[in-house]
Design a protein around this ligand. Structure first.
Ligand code: NZQ
Ligand code: ZN
Length: 404
């Protein structure tokens, strides 16, 4: 087991009806003025925004609002939010939404606390933040885990295609997260499934960075994966099942609050996430669906480096019977995971995602994924530009079922 630090300062307020505590929670932060940040449509349409504003008013907390955050949140709105916050004297960011809204709020918070920096330089890995304004959130989709995570992902629109980049720092972990599973009842089925996929991936990215005899973390990871698999399938037929929504929502935070990374080498593998971020930038796909479309190709490309770990995943998560041959079990586990994705109506390759990349687009994706030759990605196998392009090429084809 490796040494580690585990720092999760977020106060979680979990359960039905907890939204109405938001005014009091913000008031406890002792701030002067709040920016209520939200997305394109759902928070307004469901009446959630009105409930949040009413709670702030009754707690005597002054606020301004800024909506319009898109999935794959854009840098331009972050700059707009920054300007508004400076003009209005905002010193607390309240995100009402999913990962995109929370990440946009985190980016504004970094900008507010680091006035000498262009906030994009953080995401472009050219600068580090020394502070972050406080953020709180009311979560409306179980997926990205941003409600307790140390990271934020922002997309910059450029004439040569958009760039989606992540920045990680404990400074941006939210002060509190209100997590009411009933808020996720209004989600489209597709977004529910994208979220369940992302949650599994956050644990899998760490699980495949194998560390021997790391029993506690391994068992937490396997437990989370089994719970998400079971409850994601329940939601396919029964989307208003409170308990399944609650299990998924709690798993979303535990998957990405660093718990499943305790004691492992480094931070995890994260190649699938890096591959998806380029797809998100170029094709504006939903994050969870992009991960689902890439994972099988990544897994087949690297599994010979860790057949025993992939075989364990097959047996203990996907419940594939053991044959005694790790490589056979590993491949069966990958196929079983792809079957699960299909049961959730998720894609398992780029054409199913609705993307057919040209060879030139694949080369651009691979080049950008190396941050223009500034890095390699992955841990199970360290992947250079040509490996990355090969994985995109694999994902770009519909696999022959006889060979999967
Ligand atoms: O904008 P609205 O109208 O709210 O619609 C959203 C959006 O279209 C909708 N939605 C959210 N809650 C809803 C709802 N619709 C109906 N009822 C509700 N209760 O769902 C759509 C997706 O929302 P989004 O916030 O984009 O989803 P998610 O939480 O999956 O966030 C994805 C973003 O987070 C990043 C992703 O890359 C992507 O940009 N990630 C952030 C991470 C982090 N900060 O730690 C880690 C992740 O790996 C991920 O990269
Ligand atoms: Zn993710």
């Amino acid at each position: 087991m490796q040494n580690f630090q585990f720092y999760v300062p977020t106060k979680v307020i979990f359960g039905q009806g907890t939204v109405d505590q938001v005014g009091q929670l913000v008031a406890e932060q002792g701030c002067k003025k709040v920016l209520v940040h939200f997305g394109g449509r759902s928070a307004k349409a469901s009446g959630l925004l009105d409930r949040v504003c009413a709670s702030l008013q009754s707690a005597g907390v002054p606020y301004v609002t800024l909506g319009g955050v898109k999935p794959n949140p854009r840098l331009a709105l972050v700059y707009e939010g920054l300007e508004l916050c400076r003009k209005e004297g905002v010193d607390f960011l309240l995100a009402v939404g999913g990962g995109s809204v929370i990440d946009s709020a985190k980016a504004i918070a970094f900008g507010l606390a680091n006035p000498d920096l262009d906030v994009w330089d953080l995401y472009d890995q050219r600068a580090a933040a020394t502070a972050c304004a406080p953020v709180g959130c009311v979560l409306t989709i179980a997926a990205a885990g941003s409600e307790t995570s140390n990271s934020s992902v922002i997309t910059k629109e450029t004439p040569d295609g958009d760039l989606k980049r992540a920045y990680g720092s404990d400074l941006c972990r939210p002060r509190f997260a209100i997590m009411d599973p009933t808020l996720t009842y209004t989600l489209p089925d597709y977004q529910t499934a994208c979220g369940c996929t992302d949650i599994m991936m956050h644990t899998m990215e760490r699980f495949f960075a194998y560390e021997k005899d790391n029993d506690v973390t391994d068992n937490i990871a396997i437990g989370i994966l089994r719970a998400v698999k079971k409850n994601a399938l329940i939601l396919v037929n029964d989307p208003k099942n409170y308990n399944a929504r609650a299990q998924i929502m709690w798993a979303g935070s535990l998957s990405h609050n660093s718990l499943t990374g305790c004691g492992i080498v480094g931070r995890g593998d994260w190649a699938t996430h890096q591959l998806e971020h380029e797809l998100g930038g170029m094709f504006d796909v939903a994050h969870g669906a992009g991960l689902a479309a890439m994972w099988g190709s990544w897994a087949r490309y690297v599994c010979d480096a860790q057949p025993a770990r992939f075989a364990q995943f097959a047996r203990e998560v996907m419940e594939v019977p053991a044959t005694g041959d790790d490589m056979i079990d590993a491949l069966a586990g990958i196929a079983a995971f792809e079957n699960l994705m299909h049961e959730l109506h998720m894609p398992t390759n780029l054409p199913e995602l609705g993307v057919t990349a040209t060879e030139q687009q694949i080369e651009t994706l691979a080049y950008r994924c190396t941050y223009e030759h500034r890095r390699k990605i992955g841990y199970v196998k360290v992947l250079d530009e040509s490996d990355i392009a090969n994985i995109y090429r694999m994902a770009n084809q519909v696999p022959d079922p006889l060979f999967t």
